[in-house]
Design a protein around this ligand. Structure first.
Ligand SMILES: [Zn+2]
Length: 163
């Protein structure tokens, strides 16, 4: 899935579990489960960006879009945790760890791709992520189901955060 639903679920796990070990386990597990659900992904994959003279520019655009996606997630969370009086040390560290754990598999994916598939680990990690987790039917075009699953997951996460 794109960053926002992963991030929202990670924050919800952090708010509700409040145990670092379990937050990390559940955060990573949530990523695997959400990626298994049919979903749409934007833009070209990093490895599909042609390695020509525009590579750096296109890579920057890709990372910029990912950053905007993450920012949208944070902008959804901020008013909720502000309003729920969770902007303090008894919540923020758990929320932060939840967000990091839920995004970690994609962060490793990005690093593995940028390493140009040099190591055996990065090759098998990338192929596992794409072959096993991302549903090929919905990745390319924003199909109604590919979008609605992500909206649904985000709404569920927001509800968990609000309750
Ligand atoms: Zn992923």
């Amino acid at each position: 899935m794109i960053i926002t639903p992963h991030l929202l679920i990670g924050a919800a796990i952090g708010v509700k579990i409040k145990h670092f070990g379990w937050i990390i386990v559940l955060g990573i597990l949530s990523h695997v489960i959400l990626d298994k659900i049919p979903h749409w992904d934007y833009g070209k994959r990093i490895e599909e960006i042609p390695r020509d003279k525009n590579f750096k520019k296109n890579l920057f655009i890709k990372i910029f879009v990912i950053g905007i996606d993450g920012l949208i997630g944070l902008l959804i969370i901020a008013p909720i945790i502000w309003q729920k009086d969770m902007m303090n040390l008894s919540y923020l560290p758990f929320i932060l760890v939840g967000i990091i754990a839920s995004l970690l598999p994609d962060f490793i994916l990005g690093m593995a791709k940028l390493s140009c598939h040099k190591s055996k680990f990065s090759r098998s990690y990338v192929s596992f992520h794409h072959k096993f987790l991302h549903h090929p039917k919905h990745i390319r075009k924003p199909t109604p189901i590919g979008l609605s699953t992500q909206i649904l997951v985000s709404v569920i996460a927001i509800l968990i955060l609000l309750l």
